[in-house]
Design a protein around this ligand. Sequence first.
Ligand code: PRT
Ligand code: ZN
Length: 286
Amino acid sequence: MENIIRIAVQKSGRLSEDSLSLIKECGIKFYNGTGKLKSTSTNFPIEFLFLRDDDIPGYVSDGVADLGIVGENELVEKNKEVTVVKKLGFSKCRLSLAIPKGEEYAGIGHFEGKSIATSYPKILGDYLEKHRVKAEIHEISGSVEIAPSIGLAEGICDIVSSGSTLMMNGLKEVEEIFRSEAVLIADPKISPAKQDIVDKLLFRMNAVQKGKSNKYVLLNAPNASLDRIVSLIPGMRSPTILPLAQEGWSSVHSVIAEDQFWENIEELRAAGAEGILVVPIEKMVL
Ligand code: PRT
Ligand code: ZN
């Protein structure tokens, strides 16, 4: 089928909600009732496969799916031939080594000759090899954090987000070995016809992402400060300036990167800006 693309997304778990919201924010409609393994959009040439995240890199490299959304941890661990199209900025986490809380730790040499339980034997194996540490890797598929307390291994290598799972299991994080976030991956052998559809989807995803990382700013300023204020919030091409009913004042509308906003706010206020409103942007096309 050349006129429709297939995307593999996690059926249920930590990636699924954000993956599906991103697709919905791209204006793509589909039905994903419980238990559904496949669905087709009603308004965009895309079909969905709902899978376990472990299977997504393989489905994409085999060409069963053209695109997939998966964590970088799973992608690197599975070591399949796929193209990373885009980092998606959600499901951020790290893969770390941890040991029982009471133990001393003086560096990665701690693990020499020890056993480590993990669901990520490849990433861990590569890391240990790079640091010339010989340890025994115990591959287990879940509940890795209980391995030290039941005597299965002396340390663990697992995904950490807030750190509370480690803490609850009497462990401490000692080395971060990999950082991960969700990525959009593609089959490197995708046909040009399908690539055209992927490009349309990417155009929408970029607009959504750009919108999320920027804010629309409205403020009032005395006319004498306008040059300074325009230089602080130059916007996309340039800000809109509208006269207020009150003589000598203007309303300035612009777009600002969210991560710059707090840095600029004090300077805007010092330049005389007041009544500053910051509004979310849904989509942004440059
Ligand atoms: O069923 P399926 O195979 O599809 O899902 P899964 O159970 O294998 O994966 P899932 O849904 O748990 O996670 C999917 C992806 O989300 C992972 O591959 C990571 O890329 C990412 N991610 C982000 C996380 C976490 N945060 C996370 N906190 N994956 C797992 N965890 C687990 C971790 O394994 C540990 O048990 O949460 C615990 C640690 O969390 P904190 O907050 O206590 O540190
Ligand atoms: Zn999984």
